[in-house]
Design a binder for this molecule. Sequence first.
Ligand SMILES: *Cc1c(COP(=O)(O)O)cnc(C)c1O
Length: 490
Amino acid sequence: MSFIETRGNDGVKESEVTFSQAILSPLASYGGLYVPKELPVLGLEFLEKHINSSYKELAKDTLKAFKIDIEDSLLDEALSRYDEFDDSSNPVPVVKLNENLYVSELYHGPTRAFKDMALQPFGTILSSLAKSRGENYLIMAATSGDTGPATLETFKNKSNIKVCCLYPDGGTSDVQRLQMVTEDAKNLKVIGVKGDFDDTQDALKSLLASNEFKEELDRRDIKLSAANSVNFGRIIFQTIYHIHSYLELVRVGRIKIGDKINLIVPSGNFGNALGGYYIKKAGVPIDKIVIASNRNNILTDLITKGEYDLRDKELIKTNSPAMDILKSSNVERVLFDKFGPARTKELMDSLVENNFYKLTKDEVEDILSDFEAVYCNDDESEEIIAQYLTNGYLMDPHTATAIKAYEEKNDQMLPYVAYSTAEWTKFSTTISKASSYKVESDKEALELISSKLNVKIPDNIDNLFKKDIMHLLIVEKTDIMREMLNFFDS
Ligand SMILES: *Cc1c(COP(=O)(O)O)cnc(C)c1O
């Protein structure tokens, strides 16, 4: 299957590319994104066929339905990365909290957040493609805490790929920082940047736009790719678990194949929700996809009012930092799917020029046929954490935004699957706060929660505190390029 561009073709780039091309060079004409030319059909027959499949069998058949130009053996190798999850036979446990609420836990991979679901297999594929073409790629990431660790972990010691990860010094949790600075591999570079996440992201953007940096990369024959969810190679792996969640509800007897369910997705860049949307369009009986946000509720305004308005918005720091996003990249892929390339370009151009766009009434109705949206503030998510803890379910603050959405939306009609996107261990100080425990550090919070609630700290988190720090560098924004060149030439 070929891939086309959300904002149409500029006459310079190829107008249709393969999956491999789309993931190696993910930026399309006019700053757009690549999308599949058609979606596969994954209807009731596909669901019946996979009722007894393992996660990996389901995954392989789903990927093959997209008819991508990746050989079976490489798909198998990529999917084998799910063997590193807690339970290799079921990397995504779906837990029943009540008759109408099931939680699909996406955090059982090596870095304890949902980013592993896609980044682990994606890393294997990207590195293998680069190697077979004899090309070298640089992946750069600015991270507020979850993407960085998962990107480093997936590309660690992989050939033909170098990764540089920038994090705001003092702007991540201790666990997230340790997950990055203890990674030990020659192809990885981790740099703390003086400033907050916005400064870090700006620094990365200006570096990527600089001609001097481009020339330095060209001179070394290094190409740039990307591992964030603008890359369709991430999105494709984020379709599978939506089908898996549906099948799990069938397996436990809560629904029959053909019955509808609702999904609730804690959202930032909209990659997770987009996977659910594609699966709904492909034929899996999903009624609504509920977009849960924190106080950075730009998606709530878009879906309920049709307005994407950045003019009076400032980013607010919340207890769910992976959702502290105002420019949500993957919304564009939904706009394209519904309204086509010309309208998508018009809307996205307006966002660049005016920091604003507005959908028509009909367009909003169209969006509302698939999506609903709600948001909550930090106090509300902490209340949810405390309330569900009394019933024995421990969740992180991102997951809490989804559970809060369930409490608001549940009308006793259809069952809901809410996604849990991070393990409690990554945000233990927030959980301590929600439980009115006083703690000074992540380590203290981890140990306190572990002993009070009798839950185990997974080894890959516990061991972080014993590992050597491999990346000590903390620099001013202006020094990043020099450090990168040192890294290439070392
Ligand atoms: C990345 C992330 C999200 C947001 O997912 P998107 O696909 O960007 O919408 C939510 N929760 C956690 C914990 C994350 O790491």
